[in-house]
Design a protein around this ligand. Structure first.
Ligand code: ZN
Length: 255
């Protein structure tokens, strides 16, 4: 990997600085980031990422009351989200200010993009949209990093104290053994159920999960620990990035 590729994949340029991004840091040590199993071919990974991107776009438009065209392959899960959102609405100020909001932490030196800033039943916080098959522990580290950055830098950021994961999924289920089959990876992935079963797949159905994450302080600490490990692992690259603030600080110490 060249230094330019490393910078592109792992960070953002903000106000003349290069800062590592939250998703790169939390991916380290996760199932996918570690290489995972053989299912995670480059194509499967790219398809899942594309699915995630268009789902994020659709959800952002819907909560801002904008009309949007939904790609056929995600329509089932977006329909489930619309139904859920009717019963569980939350407030989003505007698409420009509250959707895909770029933030950075000037003290701990990382950057990221908050999916949505929201008011949920009178409480303010960040929502991260997931299209994974379950909520995973690294998601809590990610939202803690976002919330902390927003609190540090945004006007009125202190009133934002909550974190939620909004998980949107769709799958077919075997009527016999309850195995689940998902197509978001470009080819079908089957999980659970019985190994030996002549699966009878149902129609695809959508699923929405909305979960508050507790223990902000603890999760933030874990994120910052992981960031340190990430920096150690990638030290050879990081030392060559001239506008990475940690390098600039070192220079000024000795000059
Ligand atoms: Zn089955």
């Amino acid at each position: 990997m060249t230094i330019e590729q490393f910078k592109e994949r792992n960070g953002y340029e903000i106000e003349g600085m290069w800062l590592p991004r939250v998703t790169a840091i939390v991916a380290m040590g996760s199932f996918v980031g570690a290489g995972g199993n053989s299912f995670w071919s480059r194509t499967a990974f790219r398809n899942a990422a594309e699915w995630g991107t268009i789902t994020h776009e659709a959800v952002g438009q819907i909560v801002c009351g904008r009309a949007c065209k939904i790609a056929a392959h995600i329509a089932i899960s977006i329909h489930a989200f619309r139904q859920w959102y009717k019963a569980n609405p939350f407030g989003v100020e505007s698409y420009e200010t509250a959707v895909e909001r770029r933030v950075f932490d000037p003290k701990n030196l990382y950057a990221g993009t908050i999916d949505m800033l929201a008011n949920v039943a009178g409480e303010y916080g960040v929502i991260d949209v997931k299209t994974s098959t379950a909520i995973r522990k690294e998601h809590a580290l990610q939202t803690a990093a976002y919330l902390n950055a927003y609190q540090q830098t945004a006007q009125g950021g202190a009133q934002y104290t909550k974190r939620w994961i909004l998980r949107i999924d769709q799958y077919q289920e075997c009527r016999g053994c309850f195995a689940k089959r998902r197509e978001k990876y470009g080819r079908a992935m089957t999980s659970g159920g019985k190994q030996i079963c002549n699966h009878q797949w149902s129609q695809a159905r959508g699923e929405v999960e909305f979960k508050e994450q507790e223990n902000f302080e603890g999760d933030l600490e874990k994120f910052l620990d992981q960031k340190e490990r990430w920096e150690q692992k990638n030290g050879a690259f990081l030392s060559r990035i001239s506008n990475y603030p940690k390098n600039i600080k070192q220079v000024s110490l000795f000059s």
